[in-house]
Design a protein around this ligand. Structure first.
Ligand SMILES: [Fe+2]
Ligand SMILES: [Fe+2]
Length: 294
């Protein structure tokens, strides 16, 4: 093992140990994740868990009733939502709704607030769902959740050592002449000894998230480094991250360029025409989701 790898592993282990005192995934979310992993889980099991948390119930119904899902009429109960959207969709919405609580931490710099990261996560999740729908892979709900989770490593950094993150963000900001700042992953590695992909993957492992989310949090900037069978969701997130970055004011500190690698588009079999279509319809779709998950 190289010295560098040892330093990274130590940094990641320290961060995860430290934040487990501060940020724990709500118990209820863990139980929902267990349900996701259990093929025998039923709508009733999910309902029993969610019914204990009225605030979560109402957040879920807010999402279900958003224009994003385009359901006819007003859905008033979790059971009805499960019937209309399916158990998996509602499980993923429940996880999404309970994740919002983690994206706290206030303002870090004049231009970056922890809340911006949640807005960005919602934007990427929306893009992921659209790309997945376009590809007709049947991964839409998983893709939405993958988008919400992808930069969670930055949340680890906020909780673990916000001063260091402020230093990273300072290095990445453009200078007074408008020259681009440092690459965020490089700056993170220099300052934290690990980057948000390392932290994100470690957190997903600690929380026993499905393996696909480890690939997403750990490789959304370099999805083609993964074995072929684990690339799809990280590639979808890669595309959606850049779609979201093209929206004015969106968080894109970790993307120096919004260009999409032809290999990633080929991997997804996403044509330039389909991509253009996504770019055209994205702002409207985003508007319908924004504020729903907050
Ligand atoms: Fe990222
Ligand atoms: Fe991102």
């Amino acid at each position: 093992m190289s010295v560098q790898t040892t330093d990274r592993d130590k940094a990641v282990a320290a961060a995860i140990r430290e934040i487990s005192h501060i940020a724990t995934l709500p118990e209820i979310t863990l139980r929902i994740i267990e349900l996701v992993e259990d093929p025998d889980s039923t709508a009733n099991d999910l309902h029993k868990i969610i019914a204990n948390d009225p605030a979560l119930c109402s957040r879920i119904l807010k999402v279900v009733n958003s224009a994003f899902y385009g359901l006819p009429g007003q859905i008033g109960s979790i059971n009805r939502a499960i019937v209309l959207l399916g158990l998996n969709a509602v499980k993923n919405i429940a996880i999404a709704a309970s994740l919002a609580k983690l994206f706290k931490g206030g303002s870090l710099t004049g231009t970056f607030n922890a809340r911006d990261l949640w807005d960005h996560s919602i934007a990427v999740a929306t893009g992921c769902k659209m790309v997945a729908e376009n590809l007709k892979l049947g991964l839409t709900d998983e893709a939405f959740l993958a988008g919400l989770m992808h930069d969670i490593g930055i949340v680890v950094e906020i909780q673990y050592d916000r001063q260091k993150l402020i230093e990273v963000l300072g290095r990445c900001a453009p200078d007074a002449d408008g020259n681009p700042g440092a690459d965020m992953l490089t700056a993170e590695t220099e300052i934290f000894a690990a980057n948000h992909q390392d932290f994100g993957a470690a957190l997903c492992e600690k929380w026993k998230f499905p393996k696909t989310f480890l690939a997403v949090t750990g490789n959304h900037h370099n999805p083609m480094d993964l074995p072929a069978e684990r690339r799809t969701l990280p590639c979808i997130v890669y595309v959606a991250d850049r779609l979201a970055g093209s929206i004015e004011g969106g968080f894109r500190m970790d993307l120096q360029s919004l260009d999409m690698s032809p290999e990633v588009l080929d991997e997804l079999k996403l044509s330039r025409d389909a991509l253009q279509n996504l770019c055209d319809t994205y702002p409207e779709a985003l508007e319908s989701v924004e504020n729903v998950l907050t």
